[in-house]
Design a protein around this ligand. Structure first.
Ligand SMILES: Cc1cc2nc3c(=O)[nH]c(=O)nc-3n(C[C@H](O)[C@H](O)[C@H](O)COP(=O)(O)OP(=O)(O)OC[C@H]3O[C@@H](n4cnc5c(N)ncnc54)[C@H](O)[C@@H]3O)c2cc1C
Length: 387
């Protein structure tokens, strides 16, 4: 169905949320010379003190946006993936065949906002409610006058206000696993420089990786129901106790970290859903949050943004076709990742020894082509060439 799209601000796209997805979309729209305005609840554009891993597809998208050089200069390339035991005795080593890197989240956000016009970014705008009247959206912000828009992109994260209003039936699903992240200036253990380490021991997981600028990110995870809170006075000691049987180099990373971020791992499930309603379309965690087990949530938000901008460019006067094309192209890849990530997390922390050791065996001894197939699947951007 064709829409009569004549928004009040000259076909302006309104983005809600200035995280990785919203800011990548802003860059991609700018790349296609499509006007936009972005509303973010925070007083500044930044991210939590942790790192983020990016696979080849989002790196290629950064190249197309002219941001690849800054990305590589500010992150750390990953050359090898190791699956050692808790004493760092290597069980499996895999050479990466595609480009991967890890970067501090705040530096990633800086790169994404650097080339955007300041007057298109509206900070301290917290969306509280949204209504749709015919083909127009009315956006209500806390302590601000309402705003009308004929094309809204909801990039407001896993707790999306827009989704709760338009698709209240979609619920957050907890996997009953808790994850801690910290950043240290301790280097990667000797012999593991430029590498990513992933350790499974009993029902614990420990991962570590360099994020450039002399910093190292570590991640620890264990099974636990959601809702727990850390006491800042004891969290360091508790984490050192939890991983006390792990190699001293890894414990030193925990011990030397200034802050400890804690998250309950969650996604939005894999149930069938629309990704758009009337003049509103969703991207990133707002519509398909995934557990961090495959480190793909941010990568997929970036790919969404690239795909959506291409669709909006192609179907400039017909938002509905743009939204439909975008969601049909993106859903199969994203929903498979959400499903695989959930299963991977279940297996990694499973109390069922057959599942846990079977999966561990697959990782440490399974044929390499299985891992390569997954790598190729994640890296594929060819399906977007159709647009
Ligand atoms: C422990 C952990 C590790 C992870 N590791 C990786 C990894 O290595 N690689 C990877 O690719 N992904 C990773 N992820 C996932 C990744 O962080 C997310 O998928 C990604 O941040 C999603 O981006 P987004 O823009 O969709 O949402 P968000 O990053 O959540 O951004 C949403 C933005 O919207 C704003 N906002 C929210 N509500 C409102 C409102 N009402 N009004 C205005 N603004 C609003 C927020 O302030 C925020 O700026 C990890 C996640 C976790 C929890």
């Amino acid at each position: 169905m064709k829409t009569k799209s004549k928004p009040e601000t000259g076909n302006m796209i309104t983005i809600i949320g200035g995280g990785i997805g919203g800011l990548t979309l802003a860059n991609a729209l700018q790349h296609h010379q499509i006007p936009f305005r972005l509303y973010e609840q925070a007083t500044e554009l930044t991210e939590v003190g942790a790192g983020i891993g990016l696979s080849e597809a989002p790196i290629k998208i950064f190249d197309r946006l002219g941001l690849g050089k800054e990305l590589r200069a500010n992150g750390a390339a990953i050359q090898k993936v190791f699956f050692p035991d808790k004493n760092l005795k290597v069980r499996r080593e895999i050479e990466t065949k595609s480009e991967m890197l890890c970067i501090h989240r705040a530096r990633l956000i800086d790169i994404l906002q650097e080339k955007l016009p300041a007057d298109a970014i509206h900070l301290s705008h917290r969306l509280s409610d949204i209504g749709i009247k015919n083909d127009t959206t009315v956006l209500h912000f806390e302590n601000r006058p309402p705003l009308e828009s004929e094309c809204v992109v909801a990039a407001d994260g896993i707790h999306s206000v827009v989704r709760k209003n338009l698709f209240p039936e979609i619920n957050i699903r907890y996997i009953n696993q808790v994850i801690w992240r910290g950043i240290t200036t301790e280097p990667m253990p000797e012999g593991f420089e430029d590498s990513y380490i992933e350790i499974w021991d009993e029902r614990l997981r420990f991962l570590t990786i360099s994020i450039g600028h002399g910093q190292t990110l570590w991640i620890g995870a264990k099974p636990e129901p959601p809702g727990g809170i850390d006491d800042p006075l004891t969290v360091r000691k508790n984490l050192l106790d939890l991983f006390k049987n792990f190699h001293p180099d890894l414990l030193r990373m925990i011990d030397t970290s200034e802050n400890f971020l804690r998250d309950d791992m969650a996604d939005l499930g894999t149930g069938k859903r629309e990704w758009h309603k009337g003049p509103v379309v969703f991207l990133g965690d707002a519509i398909h949050a995934t557990t961090p087990n495959l480190a793909q949530g941010g990568c997929q938000a970036i790919e969404d943004a690239w795909c959506l901008a291409k669709c909006l460019k192609k179907y400039r006067d017909d938002y509905h076709t743009a939204f439909k094309t975008y969601s049909e192209l993106r859903k199969p890849k994203v929903m498979k990742i959400v499903k695989d990530s959930w299963l991977f997390g279940k297996a990694a922390h499973s109390g069922n020894p057959f599942l846990h050791y079977g999966f561990r065996l697959l990782l440490s001894k399974g044929p390499e082509f299985i891992l390569r197939r997954q790598e190729n699947f994640l890296n594929n951007l060819d399906y977007l060439e159709k647009i």
